[in-house]
Design a protein around this ligand. Structure first.
Ligand code: HEM
Ligand code: HEM
Length: 185
């Protein structure tokens, strides 16, 4: 009789509860961050804009420790293999998209914090405490960094469109287990 714990790691079919919790927490934050960022950068000054700035910075900063844990977890655990019949090019596309998503999610919040520090705006974490600036004041540099932050935000949105489109394609067109193993494990 084959016992579950005797199976090789590659026979694991779904993502673990930890991987799923990290994935969906990150997803919820990012799906708030992008529209909030675009909205607050393009609306008139006032209390609503202040609130969005505050929430955008706080949730963005929260992503830094979450991504640190997620990256550490990802590097120390095996990922369930994709179904056998997925062509090599699609495997490569999935691996590249996931790698780029990880990279952008590590860089983007740090870039936001550095740019805000260079601008010398206060960085308050959820009305709790103020985080120190991590870059000397330099308004010209801040402008450049915020342009980078905007382009990285656009790149992230495009990556996500492909990522979410692929997940839905797997579920509704190919009718395989790829989406369910990230939803239910
Ligand atoms: C919106 C922010 C999101 C981000 C930043 C994100 C990021 C990622 C990353 C980095 C992975 C790779 C996980 C790993 O191998 O360690 C992944 C996997 C996955 N994501 Fe997302 N995701 C997001 C939203 C979504 C949404 C909305 C869906 C579903 C519609 C989804 C479905 C999946 C699925 C099914 C996998 C597993 C793919 C596989 O088995 O190879 N994701 N996601
Ligand atoms: C993954 C996390 C983050 C994402 C996806 C993200 C995304 C975005 C996006 C899409 C914009 C709109 C850019 C524009 O239309 O001009 C934006 C603006 C902004 N972000 Fe972030 N951001 C993140 C984290 C942060 C963090 C941690 C901070 C600061 C601590 C920050 C500070 C700002 C500021 C101040 C703006 C307004 C810039 C301007 O007015 O030109 N962001 N962000």
């Amino acid at each position: 009789m084959i016992q579950a714990h005797a199976l090789p790691a590659t026979d694991v079919q779904g993502y673990s509860a930890v991987a799923r919790t990290l994935h969906w927490t990150t997803a919820a934050i990012v799906l708030f961050q992008i529209p909030a960022g675009i909205l607050m950068a393009n609306m008139p000054e006032g209390p609503t804009q202040d609130l969005l700035f505050h929430l955008h910075r706080s949730f963005g900063l929260l992503l830094i420790p979450i991504m640190a844990v997620r990256l550490a977890y990802r590097l120390t655990h095996t990922v369930p293999p994709l179904p056998d019949d997925i062509p090599p090019l699609q495997r490569l596309a999935a691996r590249t998209t996931h790698g780029l998503l990880y990279a952008v999610l590590v860089v983007q919040p740090i870039l936001g914090w550095v740019a805000t520090s260079a601008y010398r705006a206060p960085v308050l974490f959820f009305w709790l405490f103020e985080l120190p600036p991590i870059w000397p004041e330099d308004r010209a540099l801040s402008d450049v960094l915020f342009t980078g932050h905007r382009w990285l935000g656009i790149a992230l949105a495009l990556l996500l469109a492909g990522h979410i489109g692929a997940a839905l394609f797997h579920h509704f067109v190919r009718r395989d287990t790829v989406l369910m193993r990230m939803l239910r494990g």
